[in-house]
Design a protein around this ligand. Structure first.
Ligand code: F6P
Length: 347
C-alpha cells in the first residue's frame, strides 16, 4: 500500500534544506508512489496542523533556493507557548500525525531538533531525522548540510577583509557563527589565512593574542586578521560556571587596541552566513541524505538519523545523537596545521 509521509524543517535555517525536501519528496513520489505533505514552520506547524501537499509541482525549482519553503521555528514540542502558557503539546502533535494517516515523519534540523524528534519518537511516532546546520555540530555524522556553504561565505569574508586591513595597517576582528562549536571559524580561518583563530574549544588569553600581533608587527606585517567564533571565550570566563555564551567581540577588539596601540575594527558576519543558494557540496549531501531517508522509511526503519560516514549514507539511533555535540577536538588536523603555520589560538 502507498505510504504517506510528512516532512518538517526546524531550528535555524540552513542552505540545503530545500534540496533535502526535494530529494525526500521526489524519491517518495517517483520511486515509491507515496503521498507527501510538509508541515509549516517546524514543530509549530505540526501542532497547529498547518501543512502543504508536496507534489511534483511544489517540489520543482527549489534545489538552488536558500532557506526552507516550509518555514521553520525554534519551538520545543514539550514546552510550547500556547496563549502565554508554556505547555507540553506532544500529544496534540501525535493526534495531527495520526489525522493525516502518516506512516513516518522526517524532521530536518540541528542538535535541538534531534532532541525534540527523540521526544516524539519515544512517544511512538515513527521518525527519521536529517542533520542540517551551518555549525556542523550534530553528533554522529561526518558533516551536516549547510556547513559547506557557510564556510565558503565566511572564507570569502576573511579573504576580503585582508585587503582593507592591509591598506589601513589595522587589526580586523571578524566574528563568525557556530554556536558553541568552532568548525566554521576554524575552517574559514585556516582557508582564509587568518592570523589568529579563536574557537570555543580553546579558551583564549587576550595578552597572548596581543603578543602575537605585536610579534607580527616586529616581523614587518602591519595588519592582523583575528577570526573569532561567536562562542569563543577568554579563559577567565571558561573557568567559571557560565559557559553558555561567548566572549564579547567588541570588548576583545578594544582590549587588543589598548594592548597593541594599533587600530582595530570589528566585523560581525551574522546571518549572511546562513542565507542564499547552497553550494554544490551541500546540494549533493542534502540530496543523498534525503533519498536515503526515503529508503529508510520504505524499509520501515525509524528512530534514526540518516547521517554521512566516509561519503556514504548510514543511520545512527536517535537516542545516541540527541543531547550530544560534535565539537572541534583540540588536536584536530586543521588545528595542528594552523599552529604549524604560526596561527595563534590565544592559549
Ligand atoms: O545554529 C545555527 C546558528 O546560525 C548559530 O550559528 C547561531 O548561534 C544561531 O543559529 C543564531 O540563531 P538565530 O538565527 O535564532 O538568531
Amino acid at each position: 500500500m502507498a505510504k504517506s509521509i510528512g516532512i518538517l524543517t526546524a531550528g535555524g535555517d540552513s542552505p540545503g534544506l530545500n534540496a533535502a525536501i526535494r530529494a525526500i519528496g521526489k524519491s517518495a513520489i517517483r520511486s515509491y508512489g507515496w503521498n507527501v505533505i510538509g508541515f509549516r514552520d517546524g514543530f509549530r506547524g505540526l501542532m497547529q496542523d498547518r501543512f502543504v501537499r508536496l507534489d511534483s509541482e511544489e517540489l520543482s525549482g527549489i534545489l538552488t533556493i536558500g532557506g526552507t519553503i516550509l518555514g521553520t521555528s525554534r519551538v520545543k514540542p514539550h514546552k510550547m507557548d500556547v496563549g502565554g502558557q508554556i505547555m507540553d503539546m506532544t500529544d496534540v502533535m501525535i493526534e495531527n500525525f495520526e489525522r493525516h494517516h502518516l506512516d513516518a515523519l522526517v524532521c530536518i534540523g540541528g542538535g535541538g531538533t534531534q532532541k525534540n524528534a527523540l521526544r516524539l519518537a519515544d512517544k511512538g511516532l515513527p521518525i527519521v531525522t536529517l542533520p542540517k546546520t551551518i555549525d556542523n555540530d550534530v553528533w554522529g555524522t561526518d558533516r551536516s548540510f549547510g556547513f559547506d556553504t557557510a564556510l565558503a561565505i565566511a572564507t570569502e569574508a576573511v579573504d576580503r577583509l585582508h585587503s582593507t586591513a592591509h591598506s589601513h595597517h589595522r587589526i580586523i576582528v571578524v566574528e563568525i557563527m557556530g554556536h558553541n562549536a568552532g568548525w566554521l571559524t576554524l575552517g574559514a580561518g585556516v582557508a582564509g589565512g587568518a592570523d589568529v583563530i579563536l574557537i570555543p574549544e580553546i579558551p583564549y588569553e587576550v595578552d597572548r593574542i596581543a603578543e602575537s600581533i605585536l610579534a607580527r608587527r616586529t616581523a614587518g606585517s602591519t595588519f592582523s586578521i583575528v577570526a573569532v567564533a561567536e562562542g569563543a571565550m577568554p579563559r577567565r570566563d571558561a573557568d567559571t560556571d557560565d559557559q553558555t555564551s561567548g566572549g564579547d567581540t567588541v570588548e576583545l577588539s578594544k582590549a587588543l587596541e589598548e594592548r597593541t596601540r594599533l587600530e582595530s575594527r570589528v566585523t560581525i558576519l551574522g546571518h549572511v552566513q546562513r542565507g542564499g543558494t547552497p553550494s554544490p557540496f551541500d546540494r549533493l549531501l542534502a540530496t543523498m541524505l534525503g533519498t536515503a531517508a526515503t529508503d529508510c522509511i520504505a524499509k520501515d526503519r525509524s528512530g534514526v538519523m540518516v547521517a554521512v560516514r566516509d561519503g556514504r549514507p548510514t543511520t545512527v539511533p536517535l537516542a545516541d545523537v540527541a543531547g550530544r555535540r560534535n565539537t572541534v577536538p583540540v588536536d584536530h588536523p586543521w588545528v595542528v596545521t594552523a599552529r604549524q603555520l604560526g596561527v595563534t589560538f590565544g592559549d
